[in-house]
Design a protein around this ligand. Structure first.
Ligand code: FDA
Length: 406
């Protein structure tokens, strides 16, 4: 089919034909459209939202943590940890950085390999739209999808604005997180319609909540942030921990939330690079007349020190405290087991864990093995990255993989 055909309204005025339809103008969908368009395929991208890339716009605090230079398969959760390897290897952080630089977008590394725009996440959206335009891909926004069916020639997508037809259909409608922003679970329903398995979905990269008793006891700590190592079984993340009026948050908690399940314990080690037990013993030697709260307040935020001292029911001068009491005080800061009661759910989760079973997809192309021409990419697939630019890297890489073949 000629490229211009994508811009023609069908004879009845109701049908638009192209080589490729992409549903979802998010990170993955736009990348797929760019790649397919550059290959000379005529592409139409459909989205029910009024604007493309809404999650890009709000990401990374408005500066979009668009990739992570360390991104590799180890940074992703999936029932099949090998599935993401092929796509990640064929479109790397370096490839995305090259695109960002071609568009003159200034960026910086914040921490742990996380790359952010210097100015605004909107620069990334603008870049993707410019690339789509250059690749000849059309974008139809505010388009409600009312049905998808298989035809002899490929697929027909019915919408409020008429039908679209194409030989390839790429589904890039994301997961369930932040329904307020248009997340629908559409991809999972469509996968099921075509007989693909969908694995259990759960909110991930999400703050954890506490039961009312525990929450009341940590209420005075709301707003305190500290470096921490949070452990769940053998998995551990070292980043900031934030106490909130709902429970626990901060990057370290968001990371561990992807591994945590209801009923599980997590273990908090605050200031993991400091040997608090040794510090308390040294403080006892140096100045036995100070209180444990003062000594602990030298290494931890003062309100947190007060909380832990009261929790351990410790009072009096350091000189009067047995080393055993100091050790248990240190352990309360660095080996504190907590059983969260739940998570804040899809309302605030950055991503959805689980999704379309990778066993149903070809890892090179993202094409459904049983339904030639049908592709699933981005967050709707059972590949979920850590916090730190990994999820966008998966969106770019899986989008590129599908755009290369569709
Ligand atoms: P995405 O959700 O981006 O796009 C899906 C598109 O499909 C949307 O445009 C939507 O409107 C459309 N759609 C949905 N249902 C539809 C339907 N029924 N019909 C038509 N269209 C439909 N990641 C990262 O790497 N770095 C970061 O800094 C951040 N920051 C961040 C902050 C916040 C607050 C959130 C919620 C998430 C992040 N993320 C992130 C995660 C990242 O945003 C996410 O992984 C990607 O946007 C996923 O890209 P997709 O293209 O798969 O879906």
């Amino acid at each position: 089919m000629e490229k211009e055909d994508a811009d023609l309204i069908g004879e009845t005025g109701l049908q638009r034909k192209s080589d490729v339809i992409v549903i979802g103008a998010g990170a993955a969908g736009m990348m797929a459209a760019i790649r397919a368009g550059k290959r000379g395929r005529s592409v139409v991208v459909l989205d029910h939202s009024r604007a493309p890339g809404e999650k890009i716009r709000i990401s990374g605090g408005g500066r979009c943590n668009f990739t992570n230079i360390h991104a590799g398969p180890k940074n992703f959760l999936s029932a099949n940890p090998h599935f993401c390897k092929s796509a990640l290897a064929r479109f790397t952080p370096t490839d995305f950085i090259a695109m960002v630089e071609r568009h003159g977008i200034a960026w910086h590394e914040k921490t742990l390999g996380q790359l952010f725009c210097d100015d605004s996440a909107k620069d990334i959206i603008r870049m993707l739209l410019d690339e789509m335009r250059a690749a000849g891909a059309a974008l139809d926004l505010s388009t409600e999808i009312t049905g998808v069916e298989r035809t002899d020639a490929g697929f027909r997508v019915s919408t409020g604005q008429g039908a679209y037809e194409a030989s390839s259909l790429i589904v890039a409608t994301g997961g369930k997180s932040i329904p307020k922003m248009g997340a629908t679970g559409f991809a999972y329903r469509l996968a099921e319609q075509f007989g693909l398995a969908v694995l259990e979905t759960r909110p991930a990269l999400v703050p954890l909540t506490l039961d009312p008793g525990l929450l009341a006891s940590i209420a005075p700590l709301a707003g305190i942030s500290a470096p921490a190592e949070i452990r769940h079984g053998k998995t551990a993340f070292r980043e900031a921990l934030l106490f909130t009026h709902r429970g626990l948050s901060g990057p370290a908690i968001l990371q561990i939330s992807s591994y945590w399940r209801e009923g599980d314990e997590i273990v908090l080690a605050i200031e993991p690079d400091i040997d608090i037990a040794a510090q308390l013993k040294a403080a006892k030697q140096l100045n036995g007349r100070q209180s444990a709260q003062t000594a602990l307040g030298e290494v931890l935020p003062k309100r947190l020190a007060q909380f832990l001292v009261e929790r351990e029911k410790i009072s009096g001068n350091m000189a009067d405290l047995p080393d055993k009491a100091l050790l248990s005080l240190a352990a309360s800061a660095q080996n504190l087991a907590i059983k969260p009661s739940g998570s804040e759910g899809y309302r605030t989760a950055e991503v959805t864990l689980g999704g379309i079973d990778t066993a149903a997809l070809d890892s090179r192309s993202m094409e459904a093995k049983a339904v030639p021409g049908l592709y699933f990419i981005g967050e709707c697939v059972d590949v979920t990255g850590w916090l730190g630019g990994y999820n966008f890297q998966w969106a770019w890489a899986s989008g590129f993989a599908a755009g290369e073949c569709a």
